[in-house]
Design a protein. Structure first.
Length: 68
């Protein structure tokens, strides 16, 4: 490889931009999306179902023992 061949790609910006495009990596957030939204949704749904179970159980308990 001669000196002229080594200098040529540096003086040609089009070649350098093409090399950068070939090695482009997407942002980490796009490759590895966060699961925070999934866990938040699961947490709130579990709270909702626990509240519904509590209301139903207290209603049944109140009906059962109110006629004593």
């Amino acid at each position: 490889m001669s000196v002229g061949e080594r200098v040529a790609p540096r003086s040609n910006p089009g070649v350098e931009e093409k090399q950068e495009d070939d090695t482009y990596l997407p942002p980490r957030r796009a490759v590895h999306p966060s699961e925070q939204g999934k866990w938040t949704n699961l947490f709130y749904m579990s709270l909702l179902w626990l509240f519904i179970a509590l209301v139903v159980s207290l209603t049944v308990w109140g009906i059962k023992y109110s006629s004593l």
